[in-house]
Design a protein around this ligand. Sequence first.
Ligand SMILES: NC(=O)c1ccc[n+]([C@@H]2O[C@H](COP(=O)([O-])OP(=O)(O)OC[C@H]3O[C@@H](n4cnc5c(N)ncnc54)[C@H](O)[C@@H]3O)[C@@H](O)[C@H]2O)c1
Length: 496
Amino acid sequence: MSPIRGLDRVGLLGGGVIGGGWAARFLLNGVDVTLYDPDPESPRKVGEVVANARRAFAKLTMAPLPAEGTLTFVQSPEEAVVGVDFVQESAPERLDVKRAILGRASAAAAPSVVFGSSTSGLLPTEIQQGMTSPERLVVGHPFNPVYLLPLVEICGGASTSEAAKARAVEVYSAIGMRPLVLGKEIDGFVADRLLEALWREALWLVNDGIATTEQIDDAIRFGAGLRWSFMGTFLVYRIAGGEAGMRHFMAQFGPALKWPWTKLMDVPELTDELVDHIVEQSDEQADGRSIRELEALRDDCLVAVMQGLRSADYGAGTVLADYERALFDRSPVPDEQPNADGPLLTHTTRIPSDWVDYNGHTNDSRYAQLSCDASDAFLRRIGMDAEYLGNGHSWFTVESHISYLAQSGAGDAVYVTTQVLSFDPKRLHVFNRMHLAADDTLMATGEHLYLHVDTEAGKAVPAPDDMLERIAAVATPHAKLDQPVQAGRFVGAPRR
Ligand SMILES: NC(=O)c1ccc[n+]([C@@H]2O[C@H](COP(=O)([O-])OP(=O)(O)OC[C@H]3O[C@@H](n4cnc5c(N)ncnc54)[C@H](O)[C@@H]3O)[C@@H](O)[C@H]2O)c1
């Protein structure tokens, strides 16, 4: 069972660049995937995209990801949609191919199952013709890499129902995306129309010998590209209008639109010579890096941008923060407890590769993070969920002590247990033991004191009775356990 209600399994039609990206996004969100692609190489290709995505997700978030879904390859579109809760089609961009595959799959799927099409520019009214129950077809146009970029444009055709669009919004949001519902059907939708205008202009600049491919990329990435990633274009120009705002900006730069700056309406002839020229310059830019190396570089940069924006709680950073809150809320407290009355198993994970320092060992600070993640799981267990936090209450850390006992390294499976040492209505004192899963070695311990606070008033207040009861249910058997030897320790250097 996936942790997302009503989304246990999806059917994917097509497993190329985009279908592979969808597979990765669903699998990493704990959803099972059944995939049909006639290419016998598809399992290898999808496997490579999923491996890229795993690597990117390990860097993107420390929120607890669910157990990965399972990936099953099948031999026909009909088999791909049996028992699924949603279908995403990512077959080649040809109307006849899409109609054929959607016709077959929709005849086999349960009538209530909604279909998303990844098409970059075909109209949904055209695509849905020939489907059984065509009202359930929406365009769900993603961006590459699908597993990292949040945007998905949703567009209905003439027969699409509002319920189908609403279901698509629900599905895409649940896997961390940012749906943009378009009111009107239009070739290329919104994002690709904008991108194509820029692309056409860039081709002209190369064709006319004005700039190299590298100069054009530099003109974007050191300037407007940085702004685009969080404010788009209108808000940026509003700021550029200064105190007088957008009206002033329009008045000042409006006339320039009529100057012969752009050749937007024409397309340069894609002669062999022009294509060769672009390919040559583009190879030079790649500087010998393979496609996989370039993808990894792109993913690392995207992760850096999204994490930076998260700290500003803006744009794609807000989408990431909301997604992480949902991951925390969905993450189950492990229910397989080693000992009913003993310390609680609160957290299991693997040491990510970027936690390791120059000695090849997990960096000191990461043990504090592991211990805090376990405490967070315990706090969720006693009722500190998103709604509770939103209502202005929380538990704040006031003191911590970590003891380092053994080393760990990248990829090691680890688990953490939590023992309640004491509590009162405003205070909670816990002790976490961090173990290597392979042989149960105790590698570190963390002791923490938390205060229950009213976050708006900024002061400690008693926790509500139901929360205190949940703490008591754990603390009562824990009171009979031995006091851990590291509890109450401080840094034991001789005092001067
Ligand atoms: N590449 C992008 O940047 C991008 C971005 C957004 C949307 N899209 C859209 O996504 C769709 C897929 O594009 P892509 O880039 O993944 O192409 P792709 O060529 O990488 O993948 C297409 C896959 O479909 C498979 N296929 C061929 N015939 C099929 C059939 N009858 N049934 C099922 N699968 C079949 C192919 O074997 C291939 O693996 C297109 O509609 C495209 O417009 C692409």
